[in-house]
Write a protein that binds this ligand. Structure first.
Ligand code: GLA
Length: 365
């Protein structure tokens, strides 16, 4: 039996830019999913989920289709690896995860990546990590039916301790940026699960595609919003609906914010970094419309606490978590003030996680 671990992630800045060929800056979290794997003699996949207390068995030679539950993530990964021309052997997988589900911290990518690493190893395959990230995303796009970008799977494989990962989602080139040790990354969970997330998510994607289609008539080199400047958006705005215009504006300004945030981090200018987080949140709230009352409240409460450089919603949105950049010495005060005020107003008890940037997926020996 072998064991593989893959982490969830939190995104510092660069939201809804990955599927627009843009830039993101996530970190891999200390929260992980583990997959224990042992070979079987036939082509059966036996998958046990400790979190759901359920077991699913499929035959890799059958035409597999989604069941609409947790098993779609690991089965989808197996299907995509085989579709890419690799042959898997049968295996028993035991999956256990500690990434809070439905809170925007990528529990699904952690399951996909842990499964992929386990199946590839047990089948003696050599698949490059970038390709593995693509196959895991593909599983979610094709088998699960959520048209997500590549950020979560990529950072789950490539993340490093104490570092943020600046990723160009078009070329898949990346840089690891050291995080200062005198700050804390604090995640606040609104405890509102992101319901409706996948249909609204796919709708946002379609709106971005509509924007590209319009702009490409005037700017033939444009294949994604990544290729458009804010001046060009303004110039060719006529003919775009108000909503699609705002969706495009978010993506274009957010890409610029990620690059500026990377500069700020390299200069250790945390105030500038924090201001970019604040504008990112505003843009997600007003232009992209993926925030929620609870997320907005959590961010407002955080911004009032001393020692907070920046606060914003993180992940797909519609619920889930905020990410906060807090000076180490104000860590306790932050946790107490934000949690108690949030609970007083919403009657929901938030969970607060003080995080460190962790390493990406690995085999546990
Ligand atoms: C989800 C998706 C990612 C990304 C974010 C928004 O987490 O899985 O690919 O699009 O939403 O930034």
């Amino acid at each position: 039996m072998r064991t593989f671990r893959a982490p969830g992630r939190v995104n510092l800045i660069g939201e809804h830019t990955d599927y627009n060929d843009g830039f993101v800056m996530p970190v891999a979290l200390g929260f992980s999913t583990w997959a224990k794997v042992s070979p079987l003699e036939n082509r059966t996949l036996q998958i046990h989920s400790e979190n759901f207390g359920e077991e699913v068995e499929v035959n890799l030679d059958d035409q597999l289709s989604p069941r609409g539950d947790w098993s779609d993530y690991p089965v989808g990964v197996a299907v995509e690896i085989e579709k890419a021309g690799h042959r898997l052997r049968g295996a028993r997988l035991e999956i256990r995860g500690e990434v809070p589900i439905g809170s925007g911290l990528s529990s699904s990518a952690a399951v996909e990546v842990a499964t992929a690493c386990a199946l590839v190893a047990i089948s003696d395959l050599q698949i490059d990590k970038r390709e593995l990230a693509r196959l895991c995303r593909q599983a979610e796009n094709e088998f699960v039916g959520a048209r997500v970008g590549i950020m979560d799977q990529f950072v789950s494989l490539f993340g490093e301790a104490q570092k943020a990962l600046l990723l160009d989602c078009r070329s898949l080139e990346f840089r690891l940026l050291p995080l200062p040790d005198n700050i804390r990354l604090i995640i606040c969970n609104t405890m509102v699960k992101h319901a409706l997330a996948s249909s609204a998510y796919n709708e946002r994607r379609a709106q971005c595609e509509a924007g590209v289609k319009h702009l490409a008539q005037f700017l033939p080199r444009v294949t994604a919003l990544r290729d458009v400047s804010i001046e060009e958006l303004e110039q060719y705005r006529a003919g775009l609906s108000e909503v699609v215009y705002r969706r495009c504006r978010h993506v274009i300004t957010e890409n610029a914010r990620v690059l500026n945030a990377a500069d700020a981090l390299e200069r250790s200018d945390l105030r500038a970094f924090g201001r970019l987080m604040a504008s990112s949140h505003q843009s997600l709230r007003d232009d992209y419309e993926v925030s929620s009352d609870e997320l907005d409240l959590m961010v407002e409460l955080a911004q009032k606490v001393e020692g907070v450089y920046g606060a914003r919603m993180t992940g797909g949105g519609f619920g889930g978590c905020t990410i906060n950049l807090v000076a180490e010495e104000h860590d306790e005060e932050f946790q107490q003030t934000v949690a108690s005020e949030y609970e007083r107003v919403t009657k929901l008890k938030p969970e607060v996680y003080v995080c460190t940037a962790a390493n990406g997926a690995e085999e546990i020996r």
